[in-house]
Write a protein that binds this ligand. Structure first.
Ligand code: G3P
Length: 220
């Protein structure tokens, strides 16, 4: 399973990219607003330079397929690794179909059911972002949609990749991987939490303490 970072914060993306474990970036209007820069094109182009080999998702905000296509065509000129993020809706799937025919990569977002996944896959979505946390937040099992979607997309030979989105904690990442998700996009805070374990920290302290007792010198 590939790991993407779910943020528009350039400092977080620089730090995440340096960790050597992320393969892409997802943004959305809320993450861009949190970032506070009105110069969205410059922010997205810098993100594309920070993660040049991976998909960087930039979301359209138009209401009609025509508006979404106009926006997405413009986004796709910003960098070669841009994926046009399209919210799930009838107009959005019309736009995704057009993008697929033009060879423009897409990431269909705000997906919460397996039927929505099937519709997005039939429209030709490159990536389908199935939201886990927001389903869990209202008492449903977000990981179940991931597992069912992965099975059906693979069973029927769709090219779309299933991305686990709306990740709230490290266990969601484990569950998404176990469910067979192709990608999980992770808030930077959760990405850092994935590294932590008290026994690892305790073990490192013990190794260093015992090494210091040895009073050895490494000829390096
Ligand atoms: O960016 C897409 C998705 O991961 C955002 O989910 O619930 O954290 O806003 P959420």
């Amino acid at each position: 399973m590939q790991l993407f970072v779910d943020t528009a914060d350039l400092k977080e993306i620089r730090e995440a990219a340096a960790m050597g474990v992320i393969s892409g970036v997802t943004t959305n209007p809320s993450l861009l607003a949190k970032n506070g820069s009105g110069d969205v094109k410059s922010v997205i182009r810098e993100i594309c330079e920070l993660v040049p080999d991976g998909p960087v998702s930039m979301e359209v905000v138009g209401d009609t397929a025509e508006q979404m296509i106009k926006e997405g065509k413009a986004f796709s000129t910003w960098a070669s690794n841009i994926y046009v993020k399209v919210p799930f809706c009838v107009e959005g799937m019309k736009a995704v179909k057009w993008f697929a025919q033009e060879g423009i990569h897409t990431n269909v977002t705000l997906v919460f059911s397996t039927n929505q996944v099937l519709l997005a896959a039939n429209a030709g979505a490159s990536i389908i972002s199935s939201f886990v946390g927001r389903l869990d937040d209202i008492g449903f099992d977000g990981t179940q949609v991931i597992a069912e979607s992965v099975d059906l997309v693979r069973q029927h030979g769709f090219a779309s990749k299933i991305l686990a989105a709306s990740i709230r904690h490290p266990l969601h990442v484990t569950q998404a991987a176990a469910a067979g998700a192709d990608i999980s996009t992770i808030p930077f805070k959760v990405l850092k939490q994935m590294y932590d374990h008290p026994l690892t920290e305790k073990g490192m302290s013990l190794f260093k303490a015992d090494w210091d007792k040895l009073n050895a010198t490494l000829a390096v």
